[in-house]
Design a protein around this ligand. Structure first.
Ligand code: FES
Length: 176
């Protein structure tokens, strides 16, 4: 690494880990996506901090605007810290017509997030970082509408009561 580059690099935690991940993917097709995916996986709060994106840009020579565009385009990447548990509610047409907005608002209420809070956001995390509520455009399971996902387990024909019960159980588990 040149001195000029070393001086320009933003301070990031786990610099060795990031260097190793970048080194492993060097020159491979789709390297940027793989790098970002592995970095997010390795992050304790499952997200890509801005300093990390800047670091990746400088180390790989990929323009910062491109790194940021990729990280913000794919729903798989998070630009904010995520909660321990994730509740994803589908807001596609089939799920919307079967009441997914009410499911979303009910879970927000249950977790102490006001109805208007994050109304224009697709991802919202509780202040204690126990839960992230996300909206998804479509899970590809429209016949099961309304669909929700709790910690990566898909639930179909979700009722408000069933969803509240499951979230409550996760909340109890998280409090242990
Ligand atoms: S619209 Fe909800 S799964 Fe397709």
């Amino acid at each position: 690494m040149t001195n000029a580059l070393a001086t320009a690099l933003p301070r990031v935690d786990d610099q060795d880990l990031i260097d190793r991940i970048i080194g492993e993917q060097d020159g491979r097709p789709g390297a940027l996506l793989s790098i970002l995916e592995k970095l997010q996986d390795a992050n304790r709060h499952k997200y890509l901090p801005m300093e990390t994106l800047e670091y990746v840009a400088l180390r790989t020579g990929i323009p910062q605007s491109r790194v940021y565009a990729v990280a913000s385009f794919y729903a798989l990447f998070n630009l904010e810290p995520q909660g321990t548990h994730t509740v994803a509610i589908c807001r596609g047409t089939a799920c919307h017509t079967r009441g997914s907005r009410d499911l979303l608002e009910r879970v927000k209420l249950q977790l102490g997030l006001s109805a208007s809070e994050g109304a224009d956001k697709t991802s919202l995390t509780t202040p204690d970082r126990r839960f992230t509520i996300r909206t998804v455009a479509c899970f590809g399971q429209c016949a099961l509408a309304p669909v929700a996902e709790l910690d990566h387990a898909i639930r179909g024909h979700v009722s408000e009561q069933a969803l509240i019960r499951e979230v409550e159980q996760l909340r109890k588990d998280a409090g242990r």
